[in-house]
Design a binder for this molecule. Structure first.
Ligand code: HEC
Length: 156
């Protein structure tokens, strides 16, 4: 009887050790995913801030200042080249708005990334010229490239 109880106790011990080890692996993965999502959302927040600044000037809500506009356009192009790295497999948490399909549809997702990169590069080049009338359509094209991906791969 005591023998059986002892064996039982050992089985319970081993089982809970395995469960503990499993949950610490899971929580390490969760922590990593949370960090990856936070970095991605932060980069997009910075990108969005550049768009906000440029939108105000392009729409006339704020006076056009060639220099600050150009800097924002160059920053946007720089970050646009960085964000594709911020979607490693498994980087999804409840606070992420990334739709899981994007990891299954990589060709389309990367095509939309490249489109944003080319549109932000064109905007930066146009902004260096300082001609607001040429800048407006180039800015509009960037906005459309953001929206094209959000419509497909970002939850509301
Ligand atoms: C190829 C796809 C793609 C493109 C292009 C794209 N985005 Fe996003 N964006 C996403 C996804 C997916 C998320 C959700 C990320 C998450 O929550 O994990 C997101 C999230 C965001 C967020 C919210 C960040 C937060 O804190 O939750 C902002 C702001 C944003 N994008 C701005 C932009 C702007 C501005 C552009 C264009 C210059 C752009 N995005 C282009 C896919 C894209």
């Amino acid at each position: 009887m005591t023998q059986i109880r002892r064996v039982f106790a050992r089985v319970v011990l081993v089982a809970s050790a395995v469960a503990l080890a499993g949950s610490s692996v899971a929580s390490a993965q969760d922590a990593r995913a949370a960090q990856q999502v936070k970095l991605r959302q932060s980069a997009y927040t910075v990108l969005g801030a550049q768009m906000g600044l440029m939108a105000a000037q392009a729409s006339g809500r704020a006076p056009y200042e060639a220099n600050t506009f150009r800097i924002a356009a160059e920053r946007a192009a720089f970050i646009a080249n960085y964000v594709p790295e911020l979607f490693p497999t498994g980087s999804i948490t409840p606070s992420s708005k990334a739709k899981p399909e994007l990891w299954q549809q990589q060709a389309e997702f990367q095509r939309l990334m490249r489109d944003m990169q080319s549109k932000t590069a064109t905007l930066a080049t146009t902004a260096r010229g300082g001609d607001l009338e040429a800048i407006k359509p180039a800015f509009g094209a960037v906005g459309a490239s953001c929206k094209a991906c959000h419509d497909k791969y970002k939850a509301d």
